[in-house]
Design a protein around this ligand. Sequence first.
Ligand code: CDP
Ligand code: CDP
Length: 223
Amino acid sequence: TNKNIAIAIDGPAAAGKSTVAKIVANKLSYIYIDTGAMYRALTLKAINQQTSLQDEKRLSELLSTTKIDLEQSKDGQRVILDGEDVTLEIRSQQVTNNVSHVAKHASVRREMVLRQQQLANKRGVVMDGRDIGTHVLPDAEVKVFLVASVEERARRRHEENIKKGFDSNLQQLMDEINQRDQIDSKRETAPLIKAADAIEIDTTSLTIDDVANKIFALANEKL
Ligand code: CDP
Ligand code: CDP
């Protein structure tokens, strides 16, 4: 029998979630949904409009009139904010270092979770984020919580930056990752936490293919 399932991948920053989520989605011909990109897009818009990131009411009003589309293209996922391609802009250091402040607000999360659940309405989905297994898709057939040491995660981001020809400072990356994880883990609404029924995978000494194969195997058990 061929049924479609939902695969939830959560974990701290730079644990490898999106990289392996894309591989698993491709292997299964499932759609991939990057929920972090949605919080990043709203953060970019708030910064551009000079909306205070502490002003929950203004931010949720802003979100209510904001269109965020995730498009699958041949060179990966494109993020479209109110009709404009912001795929690159949402990865800027400014957005990265502010997104957790936007994502901590309860009313912003409520709307984002609704949108994400609609996107995942049909099964056959791999979704990554911080609260997918706990709140967005609590009934997901496969739940994975990816972790890795902060040194390894910073090293991976550093390597990625160098490869792209960006300036990069390893110590600074480690500090920024630590700070973001702290805010994400300590917020009141849907903090970053492993779902009780999620399987934790420590990727510190695993390759991308190792991790993807493990998740693929978990999916096949359910299929
Ligand atoms: O890829 P990276 O680990 O750098 O982060 P991301 O997945 O793009 O998520 C960016 C930020 O959005 C996170 O640090 C969280 O503050 C927030 N986020 C969230 O709160 N809930 C989600 N489901 C996804 C992201
Ligand atoms: O989505 P998330 O922030 O969790 O991480 P990512 O952007 O998928 O991965 C961060 C970096 O780690 C990427 O450059 C991956 O190629 C790399 N990576 C790795 O080196 N080994 C793994 N087992 C997983 C990811």
